[in-house]
Each structure stands twice: as structure tokens, then as C-alpha cells.
Design a protein around this ligand. Structure first.
Ligand code: GUE
Length: 291
């Protein structure tokens, strides 16, 4: 039995179309476009591609998207000053600081400076705390994308055992909170978990977000489970080139799971789609004066 492939690229198109309609309605109501400001510090090639894609994607749905590129040598205080300027800018609804930042800059200091009302990544401790308290406001994009993929899979979450492998503030913890809110029984596992394979085999829903290429093998998966692969690992393809693989050994697991997300074309495109959705959400909240 081969698993159903959960096509994130196609579903992301649907989400973007939803956002595009929402942006049209927002413009009609408020006479302005939602504004997204993306900040990239440094010249990491992958980050350059990702941030340009975010800028482009926001413009494609009718937003005012803008990318700020700062040299890697930019002093921490200058990055902070840009964040503060954007916090104060009425036309800016969303601020995204691309990670990782150069080592000379304290990430926490910058992320904590983003106005929680404009924190479209959902990384600010206020937004993390609201999510954990069952009062979600701006929720991290990748976990939102995972939940939408699970909705596509039509997997019943109520009472299901969900195992999340990975405990990051960006994916593992928030996706666990969202699964809990849907009444799943959630286990958060990580690199130090004893007998990880046996624990994962208990999962009806398995979310792999550890950042270790193909860690999740066939023997980690209960027959019929739904598998969401958040990993994006660039590995040697053997022919002098590189390729992207997830945290899941796809070919092997696709023989056992009932549904699985591919890499690329799974969670990645959904992350960008939900960044746009979050920007629209932030714009509405700000325009309505609720924050
Ligand atoms: N503040 C911040 N917010 C982020 O959301 C954030 C970040 N920093 N830093 C880096 C990571 C990574 N990330 C990706 C988003 C989409 C794809 C994506 O669309 N990937 C395509 C393939 C891309 C390719 O071919 O290289 C796919 O999976 O199909 C990948 C990676 C967002 N991140």
C-alpha cells in the first residue's frame, strides 16, 4: 500500500488564493495594502533565495512586500534601529527577521524587539505565551502549514496520538500546542528520547522536525500513520551535486504510512503561504485597532 502524497505545493496555491481574496477585501475596506517587511542580514545564498521568494510571494497576493538587505557586518544596534523604525511605521503590518542572524548579533535581542502585533513569524515570547495559554494570536507559519496539511489528509485528531520529533520554539513546541488544541494526545520527542523508534511507532500522526536528514525510517512508523516531514536538509547527491531531503526516509516510509508530505513540495511552500496569511491577519488586527 503506497501512501497518499500530501501535495504542499498545490495546497499552498489554494492558501495563497485565499489570501489574495482577503487582500482585495482588505484594500476595499481600508484603502491600503497590507505591508510586509523582511529583513535579511548577511549574504547566505539560501537565505537570499528564501527572502526574495517571500518578498515576491507577498507582492503576488497584492501586498506591499519589501526586502531589506543589510551587510553581515551591520552592528546589532543598527538592526535593532531598523526593527524599531518598522515598529513605528503605520504602513508596516508584518516584520520578519530572517534567521539565522550573523553570530555577532544576539538573535533574542532582535526578535524580542519586534512589536508582537507585527510578529508574523509568531516568534515573540508574547505570541508563544498566548498560544501556550490557549489564546493564539500570531502563530508560527510552519506549524500552521502542518495543521493545514493534516486537514487535507482528513486525519481525525481528536484522541489521536501525535508524536512530534523536535522541540524547537519555531516548530516542535508550537505544532505540539496546535495538536493539543485539536484534542490530540501529544508526545514531544527529541534527540535524547530513549528508544525513539518504538515511541514513534505508537503515533497515529508523526511530525518530524529535528533537522536530521532521513532520521525517521520505516521502522519508526505504524502502518497507516500520517507523516508530516518538516525537515529541509541539503545533502550530497553523490554526483557532485546536492539535493534536498527531509527528516524522513521518504521512499521507505511511503510504503508504510497512509499519507506523507514530500520534500521538497510539502511543508516548505506552506510556510510561505502562511506567512502571507499571518501578514493579512496582523493587518486586520491592526486596522481594527484591536492591538
Ligand atoms: N524568520 C524566519 N522565518 C522563517 O520562516 C524562516 C527563517 N527565518 N529562516 C529559514 C527558514 C527556512 N524556511 C523555509 C521556507 C520555505 C521553504 C520552501 O519553500 N522550500 C521548498 C524548496 C526550496 C528549495 O528548493 O530550496 C520546498 O520545500 O518545496 C524552505 C525553507 C523559512 N525559514
Amino acid at each position: 500500500m503506497a501512501a497518499r502524497i500530501l501535495d504542499g505545493k498545490k495546497l499552498a496555491e489554494t492558501v495563497r488564493a485565499e489570501v489574495r481574496e482577503g487582500v482585495t477585501a482588505f484594500k476595499a475596506k481600508y484603502g491600503r495594502a497590507p505591508g510586509l517587511e523582511v529583513i535579511l542580514v548577511g549574504d547566505d545564498p539560501a537565505s537570499q533565495v528564501y527572502t526574495r521568494n517571500k518578498e515576491k510571494a507577498s507582492n503576488e497576493v497584492g501586498m506591499r512586500g519589501h526586502l531589506h538587505v543589510l551587510p553581515a557586518s551591520t552592528p546589532e544596534d543598527d538592526v535593532l534601529a531598523l526593527v524599531q523604525r518598522l515598529n513605528a511605521d503605520e504602513a508596516t503590518d508584518g516584520i520578519l527577521v530572517q534567521l539565522p542572524l550573523p553570530k555577532s548579533i544576539r538573535e533574542q535581542r532582535i526578535l524580542d524587539a519586534v512589536d508582537p502585533a507585527k510578529d508574523v513569524d509568531g516568534f515573540h515570547p508574547i505570541n508563544a505565551g498566548l498560544l501556550a495559554s490557549g489564546r493564539p494570536r500570531l502563530v508560527p507559519c510552519t506549524p500552521l502549514g502542518c495543521m493545514r496539511l493534516l486537514a487535507l489528509a482528513e486525519v481525525p485528531l481528536k484522541g489521536a496520538h501525535a508524536v512530534v520529533v523536535g522541540r524547537s520554539n519555531i516548530v516542535g513546541k508550537p505544532v505540539a500546542q496546535l495538536l493539543l488544541a485539536e484534542h490530540a494526545t501529544v508526545t514531544i520527542a527529541h534527540s535524547r528520547t530513549k528508544d525513539l523508534a518504538a515511541l514513534c511507532r505508537e503515533a497515529d500522526v508523526l511530525v518530524a522536525a529535528v533537522g536530521k536528514a532521513e532520521l525517521v525510517r520505516g521502522n519508526f512508523v505504524k502502518p497507516g500513520a500520517v507523516v508530516i516531514d518538516v525537515g529541509i536538509n541539503r545533502v550530497d547527491a553523490g554526483n557532485g551535486k546536492t539535493k534536498l531531503v527531509g527528516d524522513v526516509a521518504y521512499a521507505e516510509v511511503a510504503e508504510i504510512a497512509s499519507a506523507i508530505t514530500p520534500v521538497p513540495g510539502g511543508v516548505g511552500p506552506m510556510t510561505i503561504a502562511y506567512l502571507l496569511q499571518n501578514t493579512l491577519t496582523a493587518a486586520h488586527a491592526r486596522a481594527a485597532g484591536s492591538t
